[in-house]
Design a binder for this molecule. Sequence first.
Ligand code: URA
Length: 198
Amino acid sequence: MGSMEDLRVTGCTRCPKLVDCRSQIVNGTGPEDADVLFVGEGPGAQEDEQGEPFVGRSGSVLDDQLRIVGLDRETVRITNCVRCRPPENRDPTDEELENCREYLETEIDRLDPEVIVTLGKVPSEHLLGRSVAVTKEAGSVENVRIGGTPYRLLICVHPAATLYDRSQEATFEETIERAADLAGADGSESGQTRLDGF
Ligand code: URA
C-alpha cells in the first residue's frame, strides 16, 4: 500500500453531521509497524481539539495502564472507529461507522498488528460484527477476519468505564496486561499460531 501519508485522512466529507461538529479529523497515532493496535469509538472534545486520539481523561487512564504493563504509548498504535467527533459525544451511527470503515481497514491492513484491542462496546461490535457484552467478555481473544485477513482481537472495556465504575478497573488492567503478553510473544511464531485452525 503506498506511502505513510495514506493513513492520514484529510478533507473527508462523508458524514454531514460529523463534518458540522468536528474542528478537525483525528487520525490514528503511533508507529505503522506497532504490534498492538487500540481501537476506540470516536474522538471526544479533547481529541477534536488536539487532533490526536485518547488525549483526554480516557487517554490518561490508558496511558497509565500501558506504562504499568511496559507498553509505552509511543510504541503502540491508537485509532478510532470514526475519525470525527460526534455531536454531544453520541455513539456514531451505523452509517457513520460504515463511512469510516475503509480508513480503519486500510490502517489495520498496513499495520498487520499482533493483536487488535477494542476499547468498549462500539469498536468491539463493529469489528466482530455481532453484539458484545463488553464487561462480561472483556479479556477474551477472538479470531476475526477484517478485509479478508485473519487477526487476533482482544475485547477490552473502555478506559472511561473505570472512571464511573471502579469495579471495572481490575478488568481493564488485566486486559491491558493480556495485550502486553500477546504483543510480547515472538512475532513470527505468534503469526503462525494466529493462523492455526483458522
Ligand atoms: N474515547 C474514544 O473512544 N476515543 C478517543 O479518542 C477518546 C475517547
